[in-house]
Write a protein that binds this ligand. Structure first.
Ligand SMILES: Nc1ncnc2c1ncn2[C@@H]1O[C@H](COP(=O)(O)OP(=O)(O)O)[C@@H](O)[C@H]1O
Ligand SMILES: [Mg+2]
Length: 269
């Protein structure tokens, strides 16, 4: 046994002529928060689609707790403890926050009373009690993202994929998000894979970081190792300037005093 809750090996995906992922191998252990960073278009969301079963890879395998699930449906994977949030929000805007949390439990066994109790504890855990009765569609983006996280936790997941959860959040909300993610890893033994443009946030929260670039794993290691990795420095500082790189978001990485500084991309809003 590898000891990984989530593992991919040799994953390859093409979109016509575009190679979105090639030979991607990652592993996340129970209780680990692993960061996944890389420029826009690097393939981060595509990898999430492959892991969650929305997209079948042309090559490679996905394993949950050592079990090959590559041909399993998204629903099967969800029933076996895999949860994700989406880069684009997926809440029911015309339902209240609390009802969103109840709907997320529809497929769970248990009584209505138990579901309500779970919703109340999620509201508390995620700092959403004050907006329990608000319509999800009317929330500021940072709070809405927190509701999405709460939905993903409705049934405590074994593996949690978070796609840019901090985008649009205030510093305070980011702190709250970090605390909830830490709790999931430390107390619930959940394996978390976190995609985030806010590199400072990633580096603070994650013990290990994987860097994707043009669909390939460029580097992996502790935040310090990744910052110092010559391949990361070359890719970001080498002959390819930001204008030449496809899909590159301005400001992602800048050179300063001969060092690599991964800077935060401004929030979407
Ligand atoms: N449905 C799709 N059809 C065609 N190309 C796609 C599709 N989804 C993603 N791509 C391409 O695959 C690459 C990786 O995209 P994506 O996984 O969204 O990157 P990231 O999440 O890292 O920004 C990009 O070149 C993107 O344009
Ligand atoms: Mg993406």
């Amino acid at each position: 046994m590898s000891g990984y809750a989530l593992e991919t090996s040799g994953v390859g995906v093409r979109f016509g002529g575009v190679r979105a992922l090639s030979d991607v191998r990652i592993g996340v252990r129970p209780g680990e928060v692993c960061g996944l960073i890389g420029p826009n278009g690097a393939g981060k969301t595509t990898l999430f689609d492959v892991v969650s079963g929305i997209r079948r890879p042309e090559e490679g395998r996905v394993l949950l707790d050592g079990r090959d699930v590559t041909r399993r449906s998204p629903v099967w994977r969800a029933r076996h403890g895999l949860r994700r949030t989406f880069q684009r929000q997926q809440l029911f805007g015309q339902l209240t926050v609390e009802d969103n949390l109840l709907v997320a439990q529809e497929w769970r066994r248990g009584t209505t009373r138990e579901r309500r109790a779970r919703a109340v504890s999620l509201l508390r855990e995620c700092g959403l009690e004050d907006i329990a009765g608000a319509y999800a569609g009317a929330l500021p983006v940072g709070r809405a993202r927190m509701v999405e996280l709460a939905r993903a936790l409705a049934d405590p997941p074994r593996v949690l994929l978070l796609d840019e959860p901090a985008s649009g959040m205030t510093a305070r909300e980011r702190g709250q998000l970090a605390a909830v993610v830490r709790h999931m890893a430390d107390e619930e033994d959940c394996a978390v894979l976190l995609v985030e443009h806010n590199v400072t946030f990633v580096m603070e929260l994650c013990a290990r970081v994987v860097v994707l670039d043009l669909g390939e794993v460029l580097a992996a290691g502790t935040p310090d190792e990744v910052r110092a990795d010559p391949r990361v420095r070359d890719a970001y500082l080498g002959t390819r300037t930001s204008g030449e790189r496809h899909g590159r978001a301005a400001g992602e990485v800048i050179a300063h005093d001969g060092d690599v500084h991964l800077t935060d991309v401004p929030d979407d809003q």
